[in-house]
Ligand binder design. Structure first.
Ligand code: NDP
Length: 288
């Protein structure tokens, strides 16, 4: 039986506000093109009060999935049929996939960080002692995945006490890691036994490129692996200083690409062309 033409694209995208500067479309559309898939990634402005209606629209349009960004990552949970265990632990979802008409919530941010660490840098988190700067969404995702992937000890260093204490308590109660909280109210000295140092704050994000976390950079050593979540610019002042001290560095662009690649695979069922996605973003970030 001959098949007629199929002009219908499969739809995914992102709901956010503000969302106009979200670059994910570039890497996902580049990946669809590289694999010859008739898929489209739509960058959709959704105001906070319209999130429920946006999901009615998603179902009506038979979309295959959606990313969530600021401010929807937490509120989205109430509109989903199921939430993956790690995302439930974080209390945040950044990727929804549609499976047999059901909306399944996932969080690929922390998994993207782990993949950048394990696949790109060949470093296992198992048994490692980590210091994480920040206690917001990125820090929650990374610390939960580090704990689930066998890190032995996590120190959360954060400016606001409530957020930091809450995250350390969550890690201690719900995972096997030993977590502690340190208030960040002056220049922080990195403990010498630290193996992974991660900036999970927004300090250094374009256009704030001349800023870096308040640390005693002399306490960074060559035995540490130093990671940043900031994807733009990939070479932050934080990473440049750490490299000067002999530390191995991992940039936030890798994490961003890996979390997108996990989403791509969840939606399409195909392995993501990581290098194509990386190049699509690197081009725009390096131009800035
Ligand atoms: P949140 O707003 O949830 O958290 C921000 C964190 O940064 C908080 O811990 C906040 O501390 C801290 N912070 C901000 N400014 C300062 C400052 N001047 N001094 C000390 N602490 C500060 O943001 P997210 O966690 O969602 O995002 C953080 C960064 O991670 C963003 O830049 C984002 O681009 C990046 N990101 C990267 C991803 C990737 O794939 N590469 C994925 C997700 C996010 P406090 O609690 O005291 O306010």
């Amino acid at each position: 039986m001959s098949q007629g033409p199929n002009y219908k694209a499969e739809l995914v995208g992102v709901f956010g506000h503000p969302v106009a500067e979200n670059p994910t479309i570039l890497m996902q559309e580049a990946a669809f093109a590289a694999l010859g898939l008739n898929w489209r990634y739509l960058t959709i402005e959704v105001y906070p009060e319209d999130l429920e209606n946006a999901f009615i629209g998603l179902k009506a349009f038979n979309m295959r999935g959606i990313n969530l960004t600021i401010p929807h990552k937490v509120k989205v949970l109430q509109y989903l049929d199921k939430v993956a265990d790690d995302a439930a632990l974080m209390g945040a979802v950044n990727t929804v996939r549609v499976e047999d008409g059901k909306l399944i919530g996932e969080n690929t941010d922390g998994k993207g960080f782990i993949n950048a660490l394990v696949k790109d840098a060949c470093i296992s988190p198992r048994g490692k002692r980590a210091v994480i700067l920040g206690a917001g969404g990125a820090a929650r995702a990374i610390s939960v995945e580090l704990a689930l992937n066998g890190a032995s000890h996590i120190t959360i260093v954060n400016r606001s006490v409530d957020r930091g204490e809450e995250l350390a308590a969550l890690l201690n109660e719900k995972t096997d890691v030993k977590a502690e909280f340190v208030e960040w109210n002056s220049v922080y000295q990195i403990p010498s036994e630290t193996e992974l140092l991660i900036n999970a704050t927004s300090i250094g994000l374009y256009p704030d490129v001349n800023n870096k976390p308040a640390l005693d950079y002399e306490t960074i050593t060559g035995s540490m692996t130093v990671c940043d979540v900031i994807p733009n610019p990939p070479q932050t002042l934080f990473l440049i200083e750490a490299a000067r001290k002999g530390a191995r560095t991992i940039d936030g662009l890798g994490m961003l690409v890996h979390q997108g690649a996990i989403g791509f695979a969840m939606w399409t069922g195909k392995e993501a062309p990581i290098h194509v996605m990386h190049d699509a973003l690197a081009q725009v970030f390096h131009l800035k």
